[in-house]
Design a protein around this ligand. Structure first.
Ligand SMILES: [Zn+2]
Length: 409
């Protein structure tokens, strides 16, 4: 286990010893380039019909050129819990981020009890760039930059839970590392929202359902456009060996706008018959974000699109569920969720392409899990898997043993 203090010390140490990019001309080893795009709560039940209808052409391209399938998640999955498992390949009880709130406090990076992958990569001299990734607030030092995501606290988002503070209004910690980058982002990208808009409460909706839904969806698109601009800016102006970007509006929309039928639990025609395409449209919009990211992906780049869990209409007795969805003190009319006791009810998903990764290859079953992402990324960079990690390298997605790792020399 690595304490926060040791971790910070180690991070500072590497910053002193690793030459900055451009200063290491004497050893111009090309490092593999990896881009991860996290999509919170990506649901294959919704995505696959869209793929069949040709409404997600960019994701279809990734599937054709790569490997895809379900990604087994943890029990009672939610974003901070799963993302931190993904960062560390350890279970929630080990890494400490067991949910949105831990011991009465909003989950934050000071709670991390296991070393995250960005720290390991940074120490190995790999440049790291991260933006809008859940559970990265307050940001930690890396060999590059980090801009926090879900659970960032700020004005109108004091607890940081499922709401969207503006970059300039963040409170209680740093949202950008290095600090000097914040002014640059405000100047060149604007005062963007972090994470995604808070869901409306039942009281706000009552009597104004259509107007509130449309307003909310418009705000979500503003946020997505801002984040797309941010990603494009970062990939253009601050390219890093390892880049991890994430989107969270898809999941947020699914919770209360999943296209359910009168058969489902919680069906309210004044809400659930209004914009039945609202949730699928989130993925159509995401596909455009992916199109922008793909402009920065060449044949030597590894691209991983992954989801921490899916999302499904309500199907479980919830009275005793300690992980019941939290927003507006549970007054949002949530009709779909993911924190079911059995995580296999809502698997995440993985789409991967890059050097040596099989083409048009489908992973069947639940053989790949969120625990496998960190070991696989470390493997691509030729870094041995630390003993605490429970996952395995996803060798099954690679075509042949000599292609498993990008050229190191
Ligand atoms: Zn959610």
């Amino acid at each position: 286990m690595v304490s926060r203090r040791v971790s910070v010390l180690l991070s500072l140490l590497f910053l002193l010893t690793v030459p900055a990019r451009g200063q290491d001309a004497a050893s111009p080893k090309a490092k593999p380039r990896v881009i991860i795009v996290g999509v919170n709560g990506m649901e294959l039940d919704i995505i696959r019909p869209l793929l069949l209808k040709g409404q997600m052409p960019n994701l279809a391209r990734v599937i054709e050129k790569g490997a895809y399938g379900k990604l087994r998640t943890v029990s009672a999955p939610n974003c901070p819990r799963v993302y931190t498992t993904l960062f560390t390949s350890t279970n929630p009880e080990e890494h400490g981020v067991t949910g949105f709130v831990v011991g009465g406090i909003t989950a934050n990076t000071n709670m991390l009890k296991e070393e995250p992958i960005w720290s390991m990569l940074s120490k190995s001299g790999i440049t790291v760039g991260m933006a809008n990734v859940p559970a990265t607030f307050p940001v930690m030092p890396v060999n590059g930059y980090m801009i926090s995501g879900m659970l960032t606290r700020g004005k109108n988002c004091e607890d940081g839970v499922l709401c969207a503070p503006k970059l300039s209004e963040v409170l209680g910690g740093d949202a950008v590392y290095p600090r000097t980058m914040q002014a640059e982002l405000l100047k060149n990208v604007g005062d963007f929202y972090i994470d995604c808009e808070r869901m409306p409460s039942a009281a706000e909706l009552k009597g104004h359902e259509t107007a509130v839904i449309d307003q909310w969806l418009a705000k979500v698109q503003v946020i997505r456009d801002q984040q797309t601009k941010l990603f494009d800016y970062l990939l253009t102006e601050h390219p890093t060996d390892f880049t991890f970007l994430a989107q969270s509006c898809e999941d947020r929309a699914g919770h209360w706008l999943y296209p359910i039928t009168p058969f489902n639990v919680g069906y309210n025609p004044s809400i659930n018959s209004v914009r039945q395409d609202a949730f699928p449209n989130q993925y159509v919009a995401f596909d455009k974000v992916l199109g922008i990211v793909l402009k920065h992906v060449d044949a030597s780049t590894y691209l991983f699109i992954l989801s921490d869990h899916g999302i499904k209409p309500l199907r479980e007795f919830e009275e005793k569920d300690p992980h019941a969805h939290m927003d507006h003190e549970k007054t949002t009319p949530v009709i779909a969720k993911h924190d079911f006791a059995d995580g296999d009810d809502v698997p995440g998903s993985l789409f991967a392409m890059g050097p040596g990764i099989k083409n048009d290859f489908r992973l069947m079953g639940l053989g790949a899990s969120v625990y496998d992402i960190a070991p696989t990324i470390l493997h691509i960079y030729g870094i041995d898997q630390p003993r605490q990690m429970h996952g395995h390298v996803l060798t099954e997605i690679f075509g042949s043993s000599e292609n498993k790792v990008a050229a190191q020399k």
